[in-house]
Design a protein around this ligand. Structure first.
Ligand code: B12
Length: 334
């Protein structure tokens, strides 16, 4: 992609192909670019990742359906699988496991990191979407890779990321973390115990090739979690009930919408837990700004998020830190 115009053209050609779930065309486009000397990393970071971001924004605005997004994502996953894996493995290659944080299903992000590492000569085991931390720990203890590359895309999975990191450290495997939930720099990843953070797939390779991690030290540096984190996780179901009852009193809705809203309240409570774990109220504030926008675009009444926050605040007398966090977040928006 020699010029910005070439880059834009290539990106749009990929977008048209994947929105039509046309893996064949996307594969031909990619092979042509590789033939012209464009590295796979560049194709991912300049064309495929921005397209996924655009698809997400269109879904957020309600312009694209979930099925369009699923089809496009599956096409890119197939494309990366076709392009990235060597047919013959080098038995002496360094081993890395790539996985999503517990509770995070954004497997395509792990696929792009796995592809970059595979092309750089690493022996990659891709575990993909959300894996319970205990299972991940068991697998790492058994296979003893040099590193775990852990991806976290949604902020509601940050508590799960913490559990995944702890499980890796217990198996004495250091963790390189990445993905949009960690924010634009590495501070959240490091606060959750990761040995290092990198912004993209290319830097993942560079980091793993030059780091000297010390998982014991990284783990020892993580403060004890606030006691309300566990209490909040235990109360998630009953709190969701309280919030749904309040929202339904204000405006009755159908069973499907109740399920969707229950998922959103569950996500809100997990993000509140992440905010407390990280001692960073902005994690919740940013999430609520996104949730207000998205729920309004997907047919929920204006103000439903603040109604939910009000109900939760009223039910949290015994968890004062969480109560204050939600109250501030509610007041901050008005
Ligand atoms: C595809 C997609 C999905 C697919 C994922 C399928 C799959 N097989 O991966 C599905 C449909 C499952 C999905 C589900 C959901 N999604 Co989604 N999804 C996306 C979308 C459109 C693209 C993500 C993606 O693949 N990007 C391409 C990859 C290559 O880019 P990337 O993730 O940024 O990764 C790069 C870097 O971050 C970095 N990186 C990533 N991981 C790692 C790891 C390491 C170690 C390193 C070093 C680097 C690194 O390197 C990569 C490339 O260089 C995004 C939109 C967006 N803007 O990202 C929404 C998005 C992330 N999803 C979103 C949401 C809300 C959800 C759901 C909660 C929706 C719902 N209500 O059910 C669920 C979550 C379920 C769950 N528990 O995980 C929101 C998150 C917003 C927020 N603040 O919470 C987004 C932003 C959409 C939006 N605009 O609203 N999603």
């Amino acid at each position: 992609m020699a010029s910005e115009r070439d880059e834009q053209e290539a990106r749009l050609a990929f977008l048209a192909a994947v929105l039509g779930a046309d893996v064949g065309t996307a594969y031909r486009l990619a092979l042509d670019l590789l033939d012209r000397g464009v590295p796979l990393d560049t194709i991912v970071s300049r064309a495929l990742a921005p397209n996924q971001a655009e698809i997400g924004e269109r879904w957020e605005r309600g312009d694209l359906g979930v099925a369009d997004e699923h089809g496009a994502t599956a096409a890119i996953e197939d494309l990366l699988a076709l392009l990235a894996f060597p047919l013959e493995a080098d038995p002496d290659a360094r081993a890395v496991v790539v996985a999503c944080a517990e509770g995070d299903t954004h497997a395509l992000s792990t696929r792009s990191v796995a592809a970059a590492l595979g092309l750089a000569g690493w022996k990659v085991t891709l575990l993909g979407a959300s894996l319970p931390a205990d299972e991940l720990g068991r697998f790492l203890g058994q296979h003893r890779p040099e590193a775990l590359a852990l991806s976290c895309t949604i902020p509601s999975a940050l508590p799960g990321a913490r559990r995944s990191i702890r499980a890796a450290h217990r198996a004495k495997v250091p963790v390189l973390a990445g993905g949009r939930a960690f924010g634009p720099d590495g501070h959240r990843a490091i606060a959750l115990g990761a040995d290092a953070w990198a912004p993209d797939a290319t830097s993942a390779v560079e980091t793993l090739e030059r780091w000297t991690p010390d998982p014991e030290r990284a783990e020892a540096a993580v403060p004890q979690p606030h006691p309300e984190c566990e209490a909040l996780a235990l109360r998630r179901v009953s709190l969701t009930d309280v919030a749904l009852t309040r929202a339904r009193e204000r405006e009755p809705f159908e069973a499907g919408d109740a399920d969707r809203l229950a998922d959103e309240v569950g996500a809100l409570l997990r993000v509140a837990e992440a905010s407390i774990l990280l001692d960073e109220p902005a994690v919740l504030a940013d999430f609520l700004a996104w949730q207000r926008r998205t729920l309004a675009a997907h047919g929920f009444a204006e103000g439903v998020v603040d109604e939910v926050l009000g109900a939760l605040v009223g039910a949290l007398d015994d968890l004062p830190t969480t109560r204050r966090l939600l109250q501030d977040a509610r007041q901050g928006s008005s």
